[in-house]
Design a protein around this ligand. Structure first.
Ligand code: AKG
Length: 288
């Protein structure tokens, strides 16, 4: 038999890519601004009674983490920022928030073209306090936890984004996050300079801000006597590794009673074949 007949030309056709339609009209209306600046705000995004429970639960966790790696000329956070990590396993109200439609809608807006579903990469919080000599957080891109493996092309795919729930009002004086508009369009290696003017994230308590993983930003300095509390969720494409290990935080028993979209965010749904268990969805074990 000739060589040509021995070659098996069968290929697996690529599966559908991207999150299913329909897209959320409110969040879709933010797309032009997001594409221009690299960030956006949704006002009144969290029900006040849920926000109040989130705030209470988060405040009980603040200040226990002292992890603070150096970043250039300063620590990444500083003592004026009280921090809490791994909140998916510690604060049930945050899981309740993750089940609300705004979360899926923003995920679809930012990552919808690049993955079938997103994962919760981390759930953390920052309470920024007044302190003499406090400096703003160094500018950084959140996607840089994936060092050199992912390309950063202007207008190219986004792999991650961060969502900040305002548990207090955010102002230019109380440490509202400093974001550099348009910096998501910069190629890798284009670093911020003093000529790049940031804008302070100002929003009312109960709003949700989100910025692309490619947008340069950092926490501002609080020069008021009122602490600024932000509850921070980061998300990544469902085919990437998460920053926090959600499986260490919530076991099958804890996850079984959660809504399907939260189980998916926590990694209990495979992304294509990635993350399967015995060639089934890990969710099947929750239902067994
Ligand atoms: O607290 C803030 O305003 C921003 C926090 C942040 O950018 C970070 O920790 O990566």
């Amino acid at each position: 038999m000739g060589l040509a007949a021995e070659v098996n030309l069968a290929v697996v056709p690529p599966g559908p890519v991207g999150m299913p339609q329909p897209r959320h009209p409110l969040v879709e209306s933010l797309r032009p601004g997001l594409e221009k600046t690299g960030f956006a705000v949704v006002a009144d995004a969290v029900d006040p009674s849920l926000l109040s429970r989130m705030t209470g639960e988060v405040r009980r966790q603040l200040g226990r983490s002292h992890f603070d790696p150096p970043f250039g000329d300063r620590p990444f956070y500083g003592e004026h920022i009280l921090r809490a990590w791994d909140l998916a396993g510690k604060t049930p109200s945050l899981l309740e928030f993750l089940a609300t439609p705004v979360v899926d809608a923003i995920n679809q807006l930012v990552l919808g073209d690049y993955c079938d579903h997103a994962l919760l990469a981390s759930a953390t919080a920052h309470e920024t306090h007044r302190q003499v000599g406090a400096k703003s957080q160094p500018y950084h891109r959140d996607e840089e936890i994936y060092p050199a493996y992912l390309p950063r092309l202007p207008m190219g795919p986004e792999y991650t984004f961060t969502m900040m729930v305002a548990a207090t009002d955010f102002t230019a004086d109380n440490g509202g996050t400093l974001l550099i508009p348009g910096s998501h369009l910069w190629p890798r290696g284009h670093l911020p300079t003093p000529a790049d003017k940031p804008v302070a994230l100002t929003m009312k308590k109960g709003s949700v801000a989100f910025w692309l993983g490619s947008t340069y930003h950092g926490a501002g300095v609080n020069i008021t006597d009122e602490p600024r509390l932000g509850i921070i969720f980061s998300f990544c494409a469902g085919w990437l590794r998460t920053l926090e290990n959600q499986f260490m935080l919530l076991d099958a028993k804890a996850v079984a009673g959660l809504p399907a979209n939260v189980q998916r965010l926590l990694g209990w749904e495979p992304h294509g074949v990635l993350g399967q268990h015995d060639w089934r969805s890990p969710r099947a074990t929750l239902e067994a």
